[in-house]
Design a protein around this ligand. Structure first.
Ligand code: MEV
Length: 313
C-alpha cells in the first residue's frame, strides 16, 4: 500500500448554533484557514496514532484520542479490515474545543485517508455516517452540521436531517474570528441546554425558536446584501445564547470589545462556554483594528476572513 492522505477544514457557524440541534436552521461556512491533514503510512503491527495539534497534542486530550480510535475502528469495520499495519498521522491547525469543528474534521480527514489507503471509493453519505458515529461519541447529540461543514466545500443553510442547501454568502464584509484560548466542551454545552429544556421547556424553546428566527433573518440580510442588519441579528443571537448559559465572561468581553471597536455585530460561535467568537466588519481597515483590539483584550489568536471567499480547493 502507498501512503494516503485525507483532508478536512475548520468551520465557522455564522448563526444557529445550538438551535440547529432542535431542528432550527443554521448558516455556516467552511473555514479553510484552519485545516487537518490525516496521512496513513504502512507499518508492521498494530495501528499507531501520531498527532500534531494546534497548541498541544492529543496526549493532553485523552477524549480526543478515544474519539479518533472509535473513528478508525468503525471505518476499518466498514471496510472489513484489521486494526493493523498502518500509522495514522494527524496534523491540525484547528484549535481543539473552540467551536471550529475540530472533532468532526479529525473524523472526516481520517475516514477519507483510510478509504484512500484501501483505494475504496467513498460517497458523501458514507463519509458523513462514519464521521457522525464519532461525533455522537464526542457530542452526544450532534446536529450533523459540523461533519457537513468540515467535509464540505460551500457555505450551507443547514437544517438537521434535510438535504444540504448550498448558500452563497456574497456579502461585502469581513469576519474576524477570535480564540478565547479557553476550551469549551460542546458535549457539556449541548447537554446543559437539554437540561434547561427539561426544567423550563417554555422559556428554553422560546429562546431556541428565537435563534431560528434570527438565522432566517440573517439569511434574508445576506441575500439582500445588508451587513448592517446581519450585524444586529448577530448581536441579538449572542444575547439569546447567553440567556441559555452558553456564553462566559471571556466571550462576553471579546464580544463587547469588538462592538466598541467598530464591529457591525459580534457573537460567540459554535458550542460556546469558551472557544471562539466572531465579529462582522464593514471593511478591511475596521477588521484590522477589531482584530488588534481583540488581541489586546486577551484573544490568543485571530483570523480575518473576507466573506464570499470560502470555497475550498
Ligand atoms: C457545535 O459546533 C454546534 C452545536 O450546534 C452542536 C451541533 O450542532 O451538533 C452547538
Amino acid at each position: 500500500n502507498q501512503p494516503a492522505l485525507g483532508k478536512a477544514n475548520g468551520k465557522i457557524i455564522l448563526m444557529g448554533e445550538h438551535s440547529v440541534v432542535y431542528g432550527e436552521p443554521a448558516i455556516a461556512i467552511p473555514f479553510p484557514a484552519t485545516h487537518i491533514h490525516a496521512t496513513i503510512t504502512p507499518i508492521e503491527g498494530p495501528v499507531q496514532l501520531d498527532c500534531v495539534y494546534y497548541q498541544g497534542d492529543l496526549a493532553s486530550a485523552p477524549q480526543h484520542l478515544e474519539n479518533l480510535i472509535a473513528v478508525v475502528e468503525s471505518t476499518l469495520n466498514e471496510l472489513k479490515q484489521e486494526f493493523n499495519n498502518f500509522k495514522l498521522t494527524i496534523e491540525s491547525t484547528i484549535p481543539v474545543e473552540r467551536g471550529m469543528g475540530s472533532s468532526a474534521a479529525v473524523a472526516i480527514a481520517t475516514v477519507r485517508a483510510v478509504f484512500n489507503y484501501y483505494s475504496v471509493p467513498l460517497t458523501d453519505d458514507k463519509l458523513l455516517t462514519l464521521a457522525n458515529i464519532s461525533e455522537t461519541i464526542a457530542h452526544g447529540n450532534p446536529s450533523g452540521l459540523d461533519a457537513a461543514m468540515t467535509s464540505g466545500r460551500h457555505p450551507l443553510y443547514y437544517i438537521k436531517g434535510k438535504p444540504f442547501v448550498p448558500f452563497k454568502v456574497s456579502l461585502s464584509a469581513y469576519l474576524i474570528v477570535a480564540d478565547t484560548g479557553l476550551k469549551g466542551q460542546t458535549r457539556d454545552a449541548v447537554a446543559s441546554i437539554a437540561q434547561l429544556n427539561k426544567e423550563d421547556t417554555e422559556t428554553t424553546m422560546d429562546a431556541i425558536h428565537g435563534l431560528g428566527d434570527l438565522a432566517r433573518q440573517a439569511k434574508f440580510a445576506i441575500e439582500s446584501a445588508n451587513p448592517v442588519t446581519l450585524g444586529l441579528v448577530m448581536n441579538e443571537a449572542h444575547e439569546t445564547l447567553s440567556s441559555l448559559g452558553v456564553s462566559n465572561e471571556r466571550l462576553n468581553h471579546l464580544v463587547s470589545t469588538a462592538r466598541t471597536n467598530g464591529a457591525l455585530g459580534a457573537k460567540l460561535t459554535g458550542g460556546g462556554r469558551g472557544g471562539c467568537m466572531i465579529a462582522l466588519a464593514a471593511d478591511k481597515d475596521t477588521a484590522a483594528s477589531i482584530s488588534n483590539a481583540l488581541v489586546d483584550a486577551g484573544a490568543v489568536n485571530t483570523w480575518t476572513h473576507q466573506l464570499g471567499d470560502e470555497s475550498v480547493e
